[in-house]
Ligand binder design. Structure first.
Ligand code: BES
Ligand code: MN
Ligand code: MN
Length: 453
């Protein structure tokens, strides 16, 4: 629509500068040092909602970081879209690997470099700007409710209660989220699934204190040696996961569904080159797209213990630790998988060490329908602005709250993401293409228009 194009063109510089300002706020939810910055970011988001044309916008306190809520109700008889996103970001470390400061956004080669540029400030803000475009040009086709949280990166632990407490207020016809990726700008795609998550921490204890590794070594189990042995045993030679019962509920896809997944454009060579690896690897019998989309995984995220400082210290440590996460697929249940893991990990411990297993956050996998009105509206919107029909793909990441939208609010979600897999989310030099940012702002109004039709 020409009025949208014109409005975006006229306000292009401001739309970009406003995002850069938002990226300057270090809203790291995991680190209490940034609590005030997180709060400041919530205020900024609220102000932007009001400026964009919301009738009401407020910062809702929670037991953790606040949730920002706003709405623009044009006519109660119109369909209502609930937009979800998050304004919190991952920690920026290791800082020395960034070319420019993580909270000093810089545009290089048409890309915005900053923590949160893609995940999710850049993508979330597209919705606020799209709302402005529609509100200021008098073209709102749907009622819009916007819920932007500040705890996605730490497990959304207070959002569940917020959904339960605000069921009425959050009544809508669909949830629209931009917090996922596309294959490429040449091959637009829509993620139709997310994996679930079970995140564990393990502690292995040997002797009651750190020991001289010469005086005692050989006579006592070393908890780091033991932890490594246990972790190594969690995959077999085919890289199947050995946790007893782990695959019991895994939904196996039909040959036709698997074929469809593998028809998506994907170059193994480019994938390897981008990551600097000489050979891909993973669960036997599956392709890379299947391994990262429809198969469950188990990965060590961190492992520590003993002496890691400068030089050498001969020590036989008392304790060893690891953080281990599992990505889940339909119909695995995160609490069940956590229990299976805890049982299994305790069982494989040698007599002579003690094992403690604790569970961090979890989340359930989701599959979103492609035959719904909402998906069709999203596909049409992309076709309109990209000139190509989007390819449905199964994403490997997790957004735990999406499953709760369905179970608590009874709402299905459309994952209309504009990121790219190599946007370095959670990594140094996170980026988001200026082109993708404006493409998103241009596409979102079409979703509202088509969804209302
Ligand atoms: N936006 C991501 C999830 C994502 C990224 C989905 C790319 C699909 C494609 C989200 O912010 C995220 O990082 N989620 C975490 C889980 C959360 C509980 C910390 C994840 O996937 O590790
Ligand atoms: Mn995200
Ligand atoms: Mn994230």
């Amino acid at each position: 629509m020409q009025v949208w194009k014109d409005y975006i063109e006229q306000h292009k510089d401001r739309f970009l500068n406003e995002l850069l300002d938002l990226l300057r706020i270090p809203s790291v939810s995991a680190d209490s040092k940034y609590k005030e910055d997180v709060a400041k970011c919530a205020e900024a988001v609220k102000e932007h909602l009001l400026l964009a044309g919301c009738d009401i916008a407020e910062v809702c306190p929670t037991a953790g970081h606040p949730i920002v809520y706003g709405e623009k109700i044009t006519d109660p008889s119109l369909p209502t879209v609930l937009v979800y996103g998050h304004y919190d970001v991952q920690p920026a470390d290791p800082l020395e690997l960034w070319t420019s400061g993580p909270f000093e956004p810089e545009i290089r080669d048409g890309k915005i470099y900053a923590r949160g540029a893609c995940d999710d400030k850049g993508q979330m803000f597209m919705h606020i700007k799209a709302l402005e475009v529609m509100a200021k040009t008098g073209t709102l086709a749907c009622n819009i409710k916007v819920m932007i949280e500040g705890e996605e990166e730490v497990g959304s632990s207070n959002l569940e209660q917020f959904l339960k407490d605000n069921k009425d207020r959050l009544k809508a016809d669909v949830v629209l989220v931009s917090d996922t990726s596309m294959i490429s700008m040449e091959h637009p795609s829509i993620e139709t699934g997310l994996r679930g998550l079970a995140y564990m921490e393990v502690e292995v204890t040997g002797p009651n204190r750190d020991l001289h590794s010469g005086v005692y070594g050989g006579g006592v189990l070393n908890p780091i040696n033991e932890l490594c042995r246990m972790i190594a045993s969690l995959h077999d030679e085919n890289r199947h996961i050995t946790v007893a019962g782990f695959y019991d509920k895994v939904a196996e896809l039909s040959a036709a569904e698997r074929q469809a997944i593998n028809e998506a454009p994907f170059s193994q060579e480019d994938f390897n080159k981008d990551l600097g690896i000489t050979q891909e690897a993973g669960e036997k019998g599956y392709t890379t797209l299947e391994r990262t989309g429809i198969r469950p995984t188990l990965d060590v995220n961190g492992i520590w213990g003993g002496y890691t400082g400068e030089g050498a210290k001969t020590v036989l440590p008392s304790k060893a630790f690891a953080k281990i996460s599992m990505r889940l697929v339909p119909n695995q249940v995160s609490t069940e998988i956590s229990d299976l893991f805890a049982k299994h990990f305790t069982n494989i411990a040698a007599p002579g060490v003690q094992v403690k297993v604790t569970s961090h956050h979890g989340g359930e996998p989701v599959v979103t329908p492609t035959d719904s009105k909402a998906y069709q509206a999203a596909a049409r919107a992309i076709e309109t602005t990209f000139g190509k029909e989007p390819i449905p793909t199964r994403g490997g990441g997790s957004i735990p709250i999406i499953a709760l939208f369905e179970s608590i609010l009874g709402l299905k979600t459309v994952l209309l993401g504009f990121g790219l897999d190599n946007d370095n989310i959670h990594s140094p030099n996170e980026k988001y293409d200026v082109f993708n940012y404006f493409k998103g702002i241009e596409t979102i109004p079409y979703f509202h228009k088509y969804f209302a039709e």
